[in-house]
Design a binder for this molecule. Sequence first.
Ligand code: PRT
Ligand code: ZN
Length: 225
Amino acid sequence: MTESNRLRIAIQKSGRLSTDSQQLLKSCGIKFSINEQRLIAHADNMPIDLLRVRDDDIPGLVMDGVVDLGIIGENVLEEEQIERQTLNKPAEFVKLRQLDFGACRLSLAVPSEFSYADASSLEGLRIATSYPNLLRRFMQQKGISYRDCMLKGSVEVAPRAGLADGICDLVSTGATLEANGLYETEVIYRSMACVIQSTQTQTPSKQALIDRILSRVNGVIRARE
Ligand code: PRT
Ligand code: ZN
């Protein structure tokens, strides 16, 4: 029995989006306390369960209809959507709204000694990334062929380690690139956190609760602007 009368919201367990996600839900009047050992936190004052998971799992949980709502970076969402479309797996969701945190960009970067004119400077070269689908889409649009170097972490050290010629990685301040002797050449995707809803919802009461939460989210963000 996996159906639930309670609204399920997936948020990142621990990482760059967790504090802001929890804070946003609390500002919307949802009362809960997190037990670090627990996957689920039950709200005290509304029929809502928070699922605390790896951010990478959130798009799939929403697209498979396991949870009703998710708070996730658009970068991870879009990457997963392209991946699922390629594999003919459910890839539908409704983006309810973009949020005001989690800002970053997915960028191409190369070693400081690399002479870069435009993306075609990477023709035939190897690019390390954790976002193979977003990278492929960008390079296909430009008509550039390149070779993959798929890394889930430590992408920024790949050129120095001789594993790749350039990278495609998330950047916010640029300090990590600089510390690794790389410079940013091209932004291929700009991202913020967003709230998404499953297309497989719902009972009218769940939808009413979602509408209420969304209108509070709008109010909270408007007040912060
Ligand atoms: O454990 P889990 O899988 O849940 O977390 P994670 O390690 O995959 O993700 P996490 O917590 O690092 O990031 C979650 C989300 O935060 C990302 O998917 C983005 O939507 C958003 N975000 C915003 C960022 C950054 N800014 C960011 N700067 N995610 C990662 N970075 C990393 C980047 O990969 C690089 O290593 O920070 C470094 C660069 O930062 P600067 O400031 O030096 O440029
Ligand atoms: Zn992750």
